[in-house]
Design a protein around this ligand. Structure first.
Ligand code: PMP
Length: 407
């Protein structure tokens, strides 16, 4: 990405011009949520001003237009993930709801007492707790893939965990704490050798690296719109048709039915079977706009720029005495978790904030991972394609000041 392209991109994100305590905002909290380009916000405005009517079954003009936009958004998501059929895309509120849907619905149909579910030690709570709840409900056991000192999953141990009782494997593609890009293709192949399906949590991958669900042969793949420059409250579940057809509905209500009588209700076909109630049709349309925006820049170009930021940021951080980077996998996304000496991450984050720099501190919704590392939390800088090396320089300057003050 050349300097001019980068400046043009930054101009698309009005919030990047904000002042925080009279300082230029440096936003390094993209792992938590990303900022929105003007075209996404305009799509929301256009939706409410010119396109708003409840979708599906409406005979009138606006309802038909809104339905077309929502269904076109489904096609955009399907194409973005390289799904084979648009019916395999279910709109959800985000990653969390998508995982809950699968845990609940797949769990209901396919899991029985004594069965096992495999997750990894580096999962976000949203890829742990729904499975734990299922385990409690059905008497299942949760098995955990361990990792090495660099934050890479131990595939030999994973192979040992797979057995005839394993019903599903659910792993993150990219760790939101360590930045590790997990070998999900290999994880899927190994599971498929024993006819075990795999869910991939793509919350931190879809915005940053190319994803092809068909090539991966993932059974389920989930992500959140707000982490890929889209609105909050919308995301998607990709599921292979054969699984989605075999799973019972997640929620009951309007839209997901075919016929209703007090004696018996029959369910709608895919994808509607899993979309009870009025969907966020404005959100879906704005999400599609965000995906188009990302596609226009090019996900390979985004990945390359963010990789440069990762390498540069890591190098510069290592200048600081007492620096400890948590997560040094060979294959890493642009997330840097760190600690400096014995300084509490919260203090670092608070003082950086006063200098206009937004980073995240704490356990990052991955308490079991943080516990396994024997630490209280980390400071996390996570980059997006609109970030620059100059911002990293400012960040390092600020961090040096902060460390001096706290040492
Ligand atoms: N998984 C991972 C790896 C995440 O980073 C996050 C968000 N931090 C989630 C799941 C949950 O996403 P959401 O809150 O958008 O549902």
């Amino acid at each position: 990405m050349n300097e001019q392209e980068l400046q043009n991109i930054r101009a698309d994100f009005p919030i990047l011009q904000e002042k925080i305590y009279n300082k230029d905002l440096i936003y390094f909290d993209n792992g938590a949520t990303t900022q929105k380009p003007r075209c996404v916000v305009e799509k929301i405005e256009e939706g409410y001003y010119h396109l708003n009517a409840n979708i599906h079954r409406g005979v009138h003009f606006l309802s038909q237009k809104a339905t077309e936009a929502h269904e076109a958004a489904r096609t955009t998501v399907a194409e973005f993930l390289h799904a084979s059929k648009r019916e395999e895309i279910i709109f959800t509120r985000g990653t969390t709801e998508a995982i809950n849907l699968v845990a609940s619905s797949f769990g209901e149909a396919f899991c029985h007492e004594g069965d096992e579910i495999i997750v990894s030690v580096m999962e976000h709570h949203s890829n742990i707790v729904p499975w734990q709840m299922l385990c409690e409900r059905k008497g299942l056991t949760l098995r955990v893939i361990p990792m090495n000192e660099f934050g890479e999953l131990n595939i030999d141990e994973y192979k040992k965990l797979l057995n005839s009782r394993t019903r599903i494997v659910s792993v993150g593609h990219v760790s939101n704490v360590l930045g590790t890009i997990n070998p999900v293709a290999e994880i899927i192949t190994l599971a498929h050798n024993q006819n075990i399906p795999v869910l991939v949590d793509g919350a931190q991958s879809v915005p940053h690296i190319p994803v092809n669900v068909m090539e991966l042969d993932a059974d389920f793949y989930v992500f959140s719109g707000h982490k890929i420059y889209g609105p909050t409250g919308i995301g998607a579940l990709y599921g292979k048709e054969k699984w989605l057809n075999a799973m019972p509905p997640y929620q009951g209500g309007g839209e997901m039915i075919s016929t209703v009588t007090f004696k018996k209700t029959t369910y709608n076909e895919l994808p509607f079977k899993f979309e009870a109630g009025t969907p966020d049709y404005i959100g879906s349309t704005a999400l599609a706009e965000a995906l188009r925006y990302v596609q226009d820049i090019g996900i390979e170009k985004i990945a390359a720029h963010e990789h440069d930021l990762l390498i540069y940021g890591t190098q510069r951080l290592m200048e600081i005495e007492g620096m400890r980077i948590i997560g040094t996998a060979k294959n890493k996304s642009a997330v840097i978790s760190f600690l400096v000496g014995n300084i509490h991450p919260y203090d670092v984050g608070m003082l950086l904030d006063k200098l206009g720099i937004a980073v995240r501190t704490g356990h990052h919704c991955a308490q079991p991972l943080i516990d396994s590392l024997g630490i209280a939390g980390t400071v996390r800088a996570s980059f997006a394609f609109y970030n620059t090396k100059e911002e990293i320089d400012e960040f390092i300057k600020a961090l040096k000041r902060v460390v001096e003050m706290l040492s």
